[in-house]
Design a binder for this molecule. Structure first.
Ligand code: GCU
Length: 337
């Protein structure tokens, strides 16, 4: 059942991408007589910091290249959920996407390190690591055999558990609760260790699953909890702060390499600016989201953070096993001190 449904989704997404590409151009980006449009797949709303920063990137790139390059952000999973979107970028039907690190760990296990709890202490720490070429250079080019280049990271902020039943204080409170996770080994194991029963599912399906009782809870940052309206159907948000999550922006490698040297330099420069803008927006929008949530009935509670921390410790030994993973982990931790 599940398989046939996801095939159907992938099929319709591919058909949509083909239709888009038929109106726009070929596999090196949809071209027009005087410019090339890079379509970017995003699973967030137009009010989310990632949409705002990437839409601004599009405006600035277009201005700076006098229309030779455009970036068009398609919000709300219109080009598919992340699992489909990454395939579409890889095969060149779509040029760019924002995907969670959890998707990239399915393509190269080395990405798992940055998806683990207790690797990043804060958004600032995370961004100093993922923006450092010396640490991430090889990792970001490791998917080029799949025609994917990682431009860099955008923070997902601090993630916590929320649910429909009541406040969670300790791992024991999650016993028997079905908690939605992203499609990733690390996430499955993480929720198991935190005491819940993990249920993998695409982001866009979570609202209905919470509403219908298919799941009892999920975990995310306050911005996504609010912009996806999950607060309407799961009002208990418990500050487990278990993970500083990470998104990546990926681009089709052929498309990237086909840019003129000048336009690529402009694009890269504007990308750096977009990352800075995103991080700043992230911090201010998180505060605003928190206030709005408090005012509209979300019940926040603090938890026994030490109990969750101890429960999650085994994850590091379980996933930091290869030499590359160890190097990435050590570099991340060294930057925290
Ligand atoms: C965050 C993240 C998304 C991810 C989502 C999820 O909102 O920014 O990239 O898809 O969490 O939990 O699926």
């Amino acid at each position: 059942m599940k398989t046939s449904k996801s095939f159907a989704v992938a099929g319709s997404v591919a058909a949509m991408a083909l239709a888009l590409s038929a109106c726009g151009g070929g596999s090196t980006g949809s071209g027009s007589a005087d410019g090339q449009t890079l379509r970017l797949a995003l699973n967030q709303t137009e009010t989310h910091p990632s949409y705002i920063a990437l839409d601004n990137l599009g405006t600035k790139v277009s201005e700076a290249t006098e229309g030779r390059l455009e970036v068009d952000v398609y919000a709300n999973e219109t080009l598919g959920a992340q699992q489909e979107a990454i395939q579409l970028v890889s095969d060149g039907s779509v040029e760019m996407a924002v995907v969670s690190g959890t998707q990239l760990e399915n393509l190269n296990k080395d990405f798992q390190v940055f998806n683990l709890p207790q690797v990043f202490d804060s958004v600032e720490h995370q961004m100093s690591v993922v923006g450092d070429d010396e640490i991430t250079g090889e990792l970001y080019s490791s998917l080029e055999d799949q025609n994917l280049t990682v431009l860099g990271g955008l923070t997902q902020g601090t993630r916590s558990i929320y649910n429909t039943e009541g406040p969670v204080n300790t791992p024991a409170d999650l016993d028997g609760m079905k908690i939605r996770v992203q499609e990733s080994d690390v996430q499955l194991k993480m929720i198991e260790l935190m005491g819940g029963a993990p249920t993998p599912m695409a982001f866009g399906e979570v609202y209905t699953a919470l509403q219908s009782g298919v799941i009892d809870g999920a975990e995310n940052n306050e911005i996504s909890y609010l912009t996806q309206k999950h607060n309407e159907v799961a009002k208990y948000y418990s500050n487990t702060d278990h993970l500083v999550g990470l998104d990546y922006v990926v681009i089709n490698t052929d498309v990237y390499e086909a840019m003129s040297e000048e336009d690529r330099a402009t694009f890269e420069e504007q990308w750096e600016t977009a990352v800075e803008e995103h991080t700043e927006l992230w911090l201010s929008e998180t505060e605003k989201a928190h206030e709005e949530l408090e005012a509209s009935g979300t019940e926040f509670n603090d938890v026994d953070n030490e109990a969750f921390r101890t429960a999650l410790e085994p994850l590091i030994d379980e996933y930091v096993t290869s030499e590359t993973a160890q190097k990435l982990y050590d570099a991340a931790r060294a930057a925290a001190e």
